[in-house]
Ligand binder design. Structure first.
Ligand code: COI
Length: 361
């Protein structure tokens, strides 16, 4: 694998500081983008080349480009956090880089070297560092690396050229209600991914497939859809774009990775953070019937969703065909809040990073 250097194109025209500050005061999620982006090309026979840091701009595509028809696309999501001393650090970018390689493999795309992925993110954050929100609030700079097949032609085959891009977007809370519990619609007839499919790859198709189910969740008055497994329609998998955790007193449990669940970096980090705090943490299969029965018996004390964008968000009401129940008293549970604070403490540089997860720029 070739590792290109990233060259800065000098034609940068940043947004005036006052406009940027106004955006940072209330960024929302995924609505505003920073001044630059990184682009790197891959061509068959040549490998990775032409790494550039350029002004953020539209990308011209021929109407017959591969990605527009056969969806050879993968992406990642990671965040940069302002530290107490004013510096900036990203959280576990190597994990995102490795997952990006696994997704690439699944979609027959070339694997970007881990160090190039990290260098591309670093170059963009360094250039647009004024877009990293101040320390102390809920906000961060969300990085969105992605790759598309760019060969022009309608033959169904892997593209012979690709474009890797990193863009960045200042981010506040993913859910408009902040850390208020979200309501869940557990769909009995829509599935997210099948065994042997692409459920464990981070590809746009999985999210396109979730939109109808998400609209049905909204029609049932819920914020998010929860998927059950595609074979038995019984085992809890994940939400539209987040993993799930169940809290049984001093033990937290997340669904086992079966190949149709995305291996979340936040999900993985929480297994460790929870153990550090003295909780038991394990992966196990949890059925929708067990979820309800354990809530009713009082054994299941809290449920929360987790992801880079959503961080940790408590689950309140759960609805599925004909039944509805509420976790605890409908407010964020004690373990959920403790884990959230512990994880954010590491990310914001407030507590010791004993696992070496923060990547300082
Ligand atoms: C993330 O948490 O980074 C995600 O990818 C979820 C969603 C915004 C697509």
């Amino acid at each position: 694998m070739t590792t290109p250097t990233i060259e800065l194109k000098p034609s940068a025209r940043p947004l005036p500081a006052a406009e940027r500050e106004a955006i940072l005061a209330d960024p929302g999620f995924g609505r505003h983008f920073t001044d630059h982006m990184v682009t790197i090309k891959w061509t068959e026979g040549r490998g990775w080349h032409d790494g550039q840091l350029v002004p953020y701009a539209p990308i011209p595509l021929d109407p017959a480009t591969n990605v527009l028809h056969y969806a050879q696309e993968i992406f990642e999501g990671l965040k940069a956090y302002r530290q107490p001393d004013g510096s900036v650090a990203t959280f576990r970018p190597d994990q995102n880089a490795r997952r990006f390689q696994r997704s690439a493999k699944r979609l027959a795309m070339p694997e970007l070297p881990v160090e190039t992925f990290i260098e591309a993110c670093d170059a963009l954050v360094r250039q647009d560092k004024d877009w990293v929100p101040p320390h102390g609030g809920e906000q961060s700079l969300y990085l969105r690396p992605f790759m598309i097949g760019t060969e022009v032609g309608l033959g169904v085959k892997p593209s012979n050229e690709y474009l890797f891009i990193v863009i960045a977007s200042p981010a506040g809370a993913y859910f408009p209600g902040g850390v208020k519990p979200v309501s869940i619609w557990a769909s009995q007839d829509r599935v997210r991914a099948v065994p042997g499919g692409m459920g464990d790859a981070k590809t746009g198709g999985n999210y396109a497939a979730s939109l109808l189910a998400q609209a049905e969740a909204a029609a049932h008055g819920c914020d998010q859809v929860c998927y059950l497994d595609a074979v038995e329609h019984k085992w809890v998998e994940e939400l539209g774009g987040m993993n799930l955790y169940f809290v049984y007193g001093n033990k937290i449990v997340t669904p086992t990775l079966t190949g149709s669940i995305l291996e979340g970096v936040t999900r993985d980090s929480l297994l460790t953070v929870a153990r550090d705090l003295g909780y038991e943490a394990e992966e196990a299969r949890v059925s929708i019937d067990q979820w309800r029965a354990d809530t009713e018996s009082g054994a299941l004390t809290e449920v929360f969703a987790c992801g880079t964008a959503a961080v940790i968000t408590p689950v309140g009401t759960v609805k599925t065909d004909g039944v509805e129940w509420t976790q605890g008293d409908g407010t964020p549970g004690e373990v959920t809040v403790r884990l959230r604070e512990a994880l954010l403490g590491i990310q914001r540089g407030l507590t010791e990073d004993k696992h070496g997860w923060m990547h300082k720029l």
